[in-house]
Design a binder for this molecule. Structure first.
Ligand SMILES: Cc1cc2nc3c(=O)[nH]c(=O)nc-3n(C[C@H](O)[C@H](O)[C@H](O)COP(=O)(O)OP(=O)(O)OC[C@H]3O[C@@H](n4cnc5c(N)ncnc54)[C@H](O)[C@@H]3O)c2cc1C
Length: 409
């Protein structure tokens, strides 16, 4: 087990500087344009693929870094560049992790390369879980997967919503109900291969922020996929369902619930790190502005009212990063999340990003309110962090339930 450290090693520093260079030279200059266009920034993704940032290898290297700092460091730098573009770059990784976590070796080898494509022909992937009536309440999911034994095929029907890269992805990972009596324990994940008939894009959403990232509904109408597209395979699913039914009969189920919770605890710090990146970007713009903008014959930072805001902003950002790094280290090293530390990190970092970007607008005054300066975009972008991957209210619910052991509602 790696000791917890707050110091990046030399190799990590090198990667961080490389990512920062890409974020500063390629992502940041493109941010305003793609925000206005509200389209996937394919040329930037391609550029990221050419240098090796948009690849499974890079993602896996950071993911398996024993210090736990690889992913948060990478997310912070890319999202410091721009949240919408960075999400377009890392969105595929989120779907790929779903396959890495649940797929067989063969499924990983077959599908993950198709999620990324190559530098000359980049592809993206989508992870589709949320539905119009199943957001925070995942157990209300309605999309059904029915096994057609005669053909060894699964048939998917339903409507997914809010899918990042939904409809434009080469590979979609779809979560569906296989046993409605088991609630979320009766769900399974499926690969929908490229160009499968029956899968179509529904509404593409016009969003408040992260507008360079494509978000859409995904409609599944009698989508037939081979039996081999069930992640983990049929045997494993049947065993898991049998165990869940057994526990339901015995009035249990805690162990399955705990396993799912541990997965969320491990993935949430990555979203916290994205939020830290956006918050840091806005704070830096605000600090620079406060040092140079003069009113009443002196820089505005000369006023405690402004300087103290910056002090608070920086303090919150550093505190958020520490929570994120701690949770990431715990996840990689298999530490039990006895106080829902993963949820804590996501909660605090996302609320910090929303607050700090708002403070940055205030410090820039009228300029902060215009699209001539980036903090207006950063504030719109930051609002997503308290919503996706579990809203702030859901994080608080998870933390409170973990601390108290009570079924708080
Ligand atoms: C830009 C964007 C990208 C996304 N990308 C993806 C993706 O790639 N794949 C995917 O599957 N999903 C994705 N999502 C969906 C996202 O995870 C959901 O929006 C989120 O889980 C919240 O669900 P909801 O929008 O249905 O809100 P609801 O669950 O309807 O919540 C509405 C409000 O009620 C509150 N609330 C609900 N239940 C409780 C409770 N028990 N206690 C207290 N408060 C409660 C919530 O906190 C929230 O404030 C994305 C969403 C957005 C906006």
């Amino acid at each position: 087990m790696a000791e917890f450290t707050m110091e990046l090693n030399d190799e990590q520093k090198e990667v961080r500087d490389w990512l920062h260079g890409f974020a500063a030279d390629v992502i940041r200059p493109a941010a305003a344009e793609w925000d206005e266009r509200e389209e996937t920034p394919w040329p930037v993704i391609q550029e990221a693929a050419k240098v090796g940032i948009y690849s499974l290898d890079f993602y896996a290297q950071q993911y398996f870094d024993a210090t736990g700092l690889g992913i948060p460091m990478a997310m912070e730098e890319l999202f410091w560049g721009d949240a919408g573009i960075a999400l377009s770059i890392v969105g595929t990784g989120l779907a790929a992790v779903g396959v890495l976590a649940n797929g067989t070796e063969e499924q990983i080898g077959t599908w993950i390369p198709q999620m990324y494509g190559d530098a000359n022909d980049v592809k993206v992937a989508a992870f589709c879980s949320s539905e119009p009536d199943a957001g925070s309440d995942v157990a209300s999911m309605r999309t059904r997967a029915v096994y057609d034994e005669a053909k060894d095929e699964w048939v998917l029907n339903g409507t997914k919503t809010w899918a990042t890269n939904g409809g434009i992805a080469n590979v979609h990972v779809v979560v569906a109900v296989v046993d409605a009596d088991l609630g979320s324990k009766g769900h399974a994940s499926f690969i929908v291969p490229p160009n499968t008939p029956g899968l179509s894009q529904g509404q593409k959403f016009k969003k408040h922020g992260i507008r360079a990232s494509h978000t859409a509904e995904v409609v599944l109408e009698d989508v037939r996929i081979p039996g081999s597209c069930l992640l983990g395979g049929k045997e494993k699913l049947d065993e898991r369902l049998a165990r869940a039914r057994e526990r339901a009969r015995a009035g249990g189920g805690e162990r399955v619930k705990n396993a799912a919770m541990a997965t969320f605890e491990a993935s949430r710090p990555a979203v916290g790190a994205m939020a830290v990146g956006t918050a840091r970007a806005a704070y830096e713009v605000a600090l620079d502005y406060a040092m140079t903008r003069e009113q009443f014959g002196r820089p505005i930072i000369d006023n405690q009212g402004v300087a103290f805001q910056l002090a608070d902003m920086r303090t919150s950002i550093d505190a958020a990063r520490l929570l994120v790094w701690r949770a990431s280290w715990m996840a990689v090293n298999g530490r039990p999340f006895t106080a829902a530390e993963g949820s804590m990190s996501k909660l605090f970092a996302s609320e910090t990003a929303k607050k700090v970007t708002g403070q940055a607008i205030q410090i820039l005054g009228g300029n902060g309110y215009t699209r001539e300066y980036p903090v207006e975009r950063m504030h719109r972008d930051a609002a997503i962090y308290t919503i996706f991957e579990g809203t702030s209210e859901i994080q608080r619910l998870v933390i409170a339930r973990t601390l108290s052991g009570m079924p708080i509602r």
